[in-house]
Design a binder for this molecule. Structure first.
Ligand code: C2E
Ligand code: MG
Ligand code: MG
Length: 570
C-alpha cells in the first residue's frame, strides 16, 4: 500500500483509485490482522496481504493474477459458489464459511465476508474478501459430531451416553431427584442378522431407532451397541411415570416391522435402574440396569424389570482386590513397562509411554483399567502415582548411564493425583533427587480429567510447563473439552484415543483427519495410540499424523526388553 494522501490509495497491482468508504473497508481489514484479498470482477486476485499468503501457503507472486478458484477444496457444491457470485454480482455483501485448499493440499476454513466495490453506475468492479481463520473451530465441531453420534441411526452413541449419564447423575444428586435408566435390548436380534443378512439388520435397526425417537417425550435415546439402546429419564420421581415409559416402549413393538419384502415381529427386554436406589454412580446404574435386562430376557415376550439387589451379589470381590493392592504397593510388587512411540516420518522411536503392571500371585494379571479406578476411589492413587514417577525417573537415569539414547518418557497422571496441591513440588523434588532433566519427562492427562476444576488445573499446568516438562492430552476425542481450554492450556501433544484408530479402517479417516487438523491448527503434535494394522498406519500417515504407538511396532515391554528393542535397532 502506498500514497495515502488525498484519501485515495493505490493498492499494489490494483491500479485503481478507491473511494473513502472503500478505503475504510480495506484499512479496517488490514488493521484487524484479517486475511485479505482483492479480486477483479472475474475473481482474479489483484491484491493479497501477508496473512493470506501464510494461510494459503502460496507466495504473493504465485497468487496475483490467478483465479481465486485455485483455492477451491472441492468441499462445497457448485451451487454454493453460484449463490455467492449471484449475491456479490448484485453488489451485495456476502458472508459465509469456506473450506479452502492450501498449496500443500491441506485444507483450512475461513469465515469470509465479501464486500463489492461499486462503480458510479452501482456495478461491482472489484471485490474485497476479508477472512478469519476458523479451522480449529470447524475441526472441533466435526470431531464432536462424529465422536458422539452413531453413523447408522444418527442417534447419540455410547460415548455421548457415558458423558451424559455422568452429568445426569451429578445433576440429579444436586437436585435430590431420581433418575431412571432404561436398558433396551432387542431379543434374538442376532438371529435376524444371521438369517436375513446384515444389511436387512441395519435397516431394521434404523426403523427401531425411529420408533424409539417418537417415544422420547423429552428423554434422550442413545444407541450404545449393536442392538442395545438406552433411555435416560430425569426427574423420575414417580414410579408410575417409569412404568408408563417402559410400557410405551414395549407397545412400539406390538406392530410388525416391514424391511424390504420381509415382515418381522420383534420383542424387546428392558432393564431399569433408578438413581439413587440402585447405584449412585453411572457405572453402577448401567451394571444394574443390565442385570435387570437379563432378568427380563427370561420372559419370551417383551417385558421390563426394575433392578432388585437380589439380582446381584459381589462387592466383596472389590474389597479383596483392594486389600491385595494395598499389599502390592507396600511390598513394591508393581512394575512399569515401556511402549515405544514412533516418529511417522523417520520410523524411529522418539519416546515411550510408561504403563503400570500388576501381577498378583492369585489373581494373575490385573489390568490397570481395573485397579487404577479402584485406587482412585479408595485413596491409593497418590501412593501409586508417587511410585510411578519415581520409578520412571530412575529408569531414565539408569538408561542414561548405560549410554542408551535419551528418549522422553511419558507417565500417566490421574486427575486426583494432579489436583493434590503438592503435585508440582513433589515432582520437582523427584526430578532433583534423580537428576532427570525435565525435558525428558512427559505427563499424560486424560481429556476427561481436564474438565474438572479447570481453574486449578490451568495453574498447575502452567507451573509444570514452566518447569520444562511436556504435557499431553490422553484419550483425546472421548472427553468433552472445549476449544477454549485446548487453546488456553499449555499443551504440547494430543493423543488420539485408540477406539478411533480401531474405527479407522472401517469408518474411514474423517474423524482422525479432523483431530489432526485441529491439533495442527493449534500447533500441537499428534500421537495415535493403539495402532495395530498397516492400513491404520497408512491412513494416519496420509493425514499427517506425527507419531504412533501400538502393537504394530511393539507391546509395552519390561525395562530389559525395552533396552534390547532400542539396542537391536528395533
Ligand atoms: P492409556 O494411557 O491410554 O494407555 C494406552 C493403553 O493402550 C495401554 O493399556 C496399552 O497397553 C494399550 N495399547 C497400546 N498399544 C495397543 C495396541 O496396539 N492395541 C491395543 N488393543 N492396546 C494397546 P494398559 O496398559 O492396559 O493401560 C490402560 C490405562 O490405564 C492407560 O490408558 C492409562 O489410562 C491407565 N494407566 C496405565 N498406567 C498408569 C499409571 O502408571 N498411572 C495412571 N494413573 N494410569 C495408568
Ligand atoms: Mg496414556
Ligand atoms: Mg490413551
Amino acid at each position: 500500500m502506498a500514497n495515502d494522501t488525498t484519501n485515495k490509495m493505490r493498492v499494489e497491482y490494483a491500479d485503481v483509485e478507491y473511494s473513502l468508504k472503500e478505503l475504510k473497508d480495506i484499512k479496517y481489514a488490514l488493521d484487524q490482522s484479517m486475511i485479505v484479498a482483492i479480486t477483479d470482477q472475474q475473481g482474479k486476485m489483484i491484491f493479497v496481504n501477508d496473512h493470506f499468503c501464510k494461510i494459503s501457503k502460496y507466495t504473493r507472486e504465485e497468487l496475483i493474477g490467478q483465479d481465486h478458484r485455485i483455492l477451491n477444496s472441492g468441499h462445497h457444491p457448485k451451487s454454493f459458489f453460484r449463490d455467492m457470485w449471484r449475491t456479490i454480482g448484485k453488489g451485495k455483501v456476502w458472508k459465509g464459511e469456506i473450506c479452502n485448499r492450501a498449496k500443500d493440499g491441506s485444507r483450512y476454513w475461513v469465515q469470509t465476508t465479501i464486500v463489492p466495490f461499486l462503480n458510479e453506475q452501482g456495478k461491482p468492479y472489484q471485490y474485497i474478501a476479508i477472512r478469519s481463520d476458523i479451522t480449529a473451530q470447524k475441526s472441533m465441531e466435526q470431531i464432536r459430531h462424529l465422536a458422539y453420534h452413531d453413523e447408522l441411526t444418527g442417534l447419540p452413541n455410547r460415548r455421548m451416553f457415558n458423558a451424559s449419564l455422568a452429568e445426569a447423575v451429578e445433576s440429579s444428586a444436586r437436585a435430590k431427584s431420581k433418575l431412571a435408566l432404561f436398558f433396551i435390548d432387542i431379543n434374538r436380534f442376532k438371529h435376524l442378522n444371521d438369517s436375513l443378512g446384515h444389511s436387512i439388520g441395519d435397516l431394521f435397526l434404523t426403523q427401531v431407532a425411529e420408533r424409539l425417537t417418537g417415544l422420547s417425550g423429552g428423554n434422550t435415546i442413545y444407541r450404545v451397541g449393536g442392538d442395545e439402546f438406552m433411555i435416560t429419564m430425569q426427574h423420575a420421581d414417580d414410579y408410575a411415570k417409569i412404568k408408563e415409559l417402559a410400557e410405551a416402549a414395549i407397545h412400539l413393538f406390538s406392530e410388525s416391522f416391514r424391511v424390504e419384502r420381509h415382515e418381522y415381529y420383534a420383542t424387546i427386554s428392558i432393564g431399569i435402574s433408578i438413581y439413587p436406589y440402585h447405584g449412585t454412580t453411572a457405572e453402577d446404574l448401567v451394571k444394574n440396569a443390565d442385570t435387570a435386562m437379563y432378568e427380563a430376557k427370561q420372559s419370551v415376550e417383551s417385558s421390563f424389570r426394575i433392578y432388585h439387589p437380589a439380582m446381584n451379589a459381589n462387592s466383596e470381590e472389590l474389597l479383596v482386590l483392594e486389600t491385595k493392592l494395598r499389599r502390592a504397593i507396600e511390598k513394591n510388587q508393581l512394575q512399569l513397562y515401556y511402549q515405544p512411540k514412533i516418529d511417522l516420518h523417520t520410523g524411529k522411536p522418539i519416546g515411550m509411554e510408561a504403563l503400570i503392571r500388576w501381577f498378583d500371585a492369585e489373581s494373575g494379571y490385573v489390568p490397570p483399567s481395573i485397579f487404577i479406578p479402584l485406587a482412585e476411589e479408595r485413596g491409593l492413587i497418590s501412593a501409586i502415582g508417587d511410585w510411578t514417577l519415581l520409578t520412571a525417573c530412575r529408569q531414565i537415569k539408569a538408561w542414561q548411564s548405560e549410554q542408551l539414547p535419551s528418549l522422553r518418557v511419558a507417565v500417566n497422571i490421574s486427575a486426583n493425583q494432579l489436583m493434590q496441591g503438592t503435585f508440582v513440588q513433589k515432582l520437582q523434588k523427584t526430578l532433583n533427587d534423580t537428576g532427570v532433566p525435565p525435558h525428558l519427562l512427559e505427563l499424560e492427562i486424560t481429556e476427561n480429567s481436564m474438565m474438572q476444576n479447570t481453574q486449578q488445573l490451568m495453574q498447575t499446568l502452567v507451573q509444570l510447563k514452566a518447569m520444562g516438562v511436556t504435557i499431553a492430552i490422553d484419550d483425546f476425542g472421548t472427553g468433552y473439552s472445549s476449544l477454549n481450554y485446548l487453546k488456553q492450556f499449555p499443551i504440547d501433544v494430543l493423543k488420539i484415543d485408540q477406539s478411533f484408530v480401531r474405527d479407522l479402517a472401517v469408518d474411514g479417516p474423517a474423524f482422525v483427519a479432523a483431530i489432526i487438523q485441529l491439533a495442527h491448527a493449534l500447533n500441537l503434535r499428534v500421537v495415535a495410540e493403539g495402532v495395530e494394522q498397516k492400513i491404520e498406519l497408512r491412513l494416519l500417515r496420509d493425514h499427517g499424523c506425527d507419531f504412533v504407538q501400538g502393537y504394530l511396532y511393539s507391546k509395552p515391554l519390561p525395562p530389559d526388553e525395552f533396552k534390547r528393542y532400542i539396542k537391536n535397532g528395533f
